[in-house]
Design a protein around this ligand. Structure first.
Ligand code: CMC
Length: 375
């Protein structure tokens, strides 16, 4: 029998599970390597933030230029991988997150650094994954839409290229900017479930593609990254502004979770949500019609949640409405989250490998007393 002391907080709430130089999640600030998220969202590009997370410092102009060129150079994926994505995307019942998970896992065999966990090899792999994930997302959406594969652009930034590959249409500057900011907001969040998953896998000295594959599976869940899709589905279920009150009354009576609200760490609100809401709302104001309608419904849901439950939205709530306003298909919202969080995951895998100790906690046994198999 184990002599371990029982864990009091369910879900490891409030437990500090290790040190990290990468990110600090505080009640009133979210800091990536010393820079506050509002500062980054207002003044940096996603590529700059990706470099900051992966390499550890703000890039010089020359470093940024080289980094962007490397990413563009690495965007294409082999024909084999494209075929696998096509088969998966056409298969029955696979969510785009499953297709992406399979695509990332499959790409491992084409990466000559696959089994090399040295810092140099891991940085190369991180850049390749960052560059290729939008290609997987784009290609699978092309298959779903029944159009020819849109090949990666050789000049556009990460966000613009991602939108372009999904649709074959060059996004406007405003559209690319909104997605770019959303990617900055999504890039890193310390020991959240998917990142912790990646660190647990890394802790066994497994490889980066494996860590990321596991992290994608963790992010898919509706209590984590999957919430951005579920938040928009919930608004669609409500349908009209007039239905909001009755829907919410019902939800409270049946104790239904309202997706995109609440947070394990932030108890007074997730300030990423306000940043994205403002951008998405301005875009919807400009567009009017349907995009604006979803923001109006969403804001009413938010007001009821805040006044009646004192529960505030997390970043996934405005993300749902914002991506919808941009015309992005709902099942691609969480894969787009991956196109950003890949930077945080890879930074954590590298940090774990740099100073590794196997992550192996204990459980508190609550099963039957000791007994004999034969009597
Ligand atoms: N809708 C309704 N009630 C809620 C919600 C919600 N979204 N979130 C929390 N509550 C209530 C919950 O029912 C509980 O009430 P009571 O004490 O009466 O039983 C109380 O608030 C505490 O909630 P909890 O579920 O114990 O809190 P937690 O820290 O375990 O969960 C959470 C955090 C994010 C899983 C939860 O808030 C939730 O399920 N939210 C909806 C899913 C979601 O939006 N996930 C995205 C998380 S943030 C970004 C990301 O990871 O992608």
């Amino acid at each position: 029998m184990t002599t371990a002391t029982p864990t009091k907080p369910a879900g490891l709430e409030g437990i500090i599970a290790g040190d990290s130089d990468i990110c600090a999640v505080n009640q009133t600030s979210l800091i990536y390597r010393g820079y506050e998220i509002a500062d980054l969202a207002a003044n940096a590009t996603f590529e700059e933030v990706a470099f900051l997370l992966l390499v550890g410092h703000k890039p010089t102009a020359a470093e940024l230029d080289a980094f962007k060129k490397e990413l563009i150079h690495e965007r294409a994926i082999p024909d084999h991988a494209r075929d696998v994505i096509k088969r998966c995307a056409l298969g029955d019942g696979m969510h785009p997150m499953d297709v992406l998970r399979t695509g990332v896992s499959y790409l491992a065999q084409f990466d000559k650094d696959c089994q090399d966990n040295s810092p140099e090899a891991e940085l190369r792999k991180a850049k390749r994954l960052l560059a290729k994930i939008p290609t997987i997302i784009g290609h699978m959406q092309n298959v779903i839409d029944g159009r020819d594969f849109v090949l990666p652009d050789k000049e556009m930034g990460h966000a613009a290229n991602l939108l372009y590959m999904m649709t074959g249409r060059k996004p406007t500057q405003a559209e690319a900017h909104i997605v770019d900011v959303s990617l900055i907001l999504y890039a890193e969040h310390d020991f959240n479930a998917s990142t912790f998953t990646s660190r647990v896998i890394a802790g066994t000295l497994s490889d980066m593609h494996g860590c990321v594959t596991g992290a994608i599976a963790a992010l898919k869940g509706p209590l984590h990254g999957g919430a951005n899709e579920m938040a928009m589905e919930l608004l669609r279920e409500i349908g009209t502004l007039d239905n909001v009150e009755e829907f919410m009354d019902n939800a409270f009576t049946t104790k239904r979770k309202i997706m995109g609200f609440g947070h394990r760490v932030y108890k007074n609100g997730d300030h990423r949500a306000g940043i994205l809401h403002k951008l998405g709302r301005a875009y919807a104001d400009d567009k009017g019609g349907e995009p604006l309608k979803w923001f109006e419904i969403g804001e009413k849901v938010q007001s009821i949640m805040e006044t009646q439950k004192n529960i505030k939205p997390n970043v996934d709530f405005p993300c749902g409405m914002t991506y919808y306003a941009l015309g992005i298909p709902v099942p691609q919202y969480t894969p787009i989250f991956v196109a950003s969080r890949i930077t945080g995951w890879c930074a954590h895998v590298m940090e774990q490998h740099k100073n590794n100790r196997l992550i192996r906690p204990l459980s508190h046994y609550t099963g039957p007393e000791l007994r004999k198999w034969n009597g």
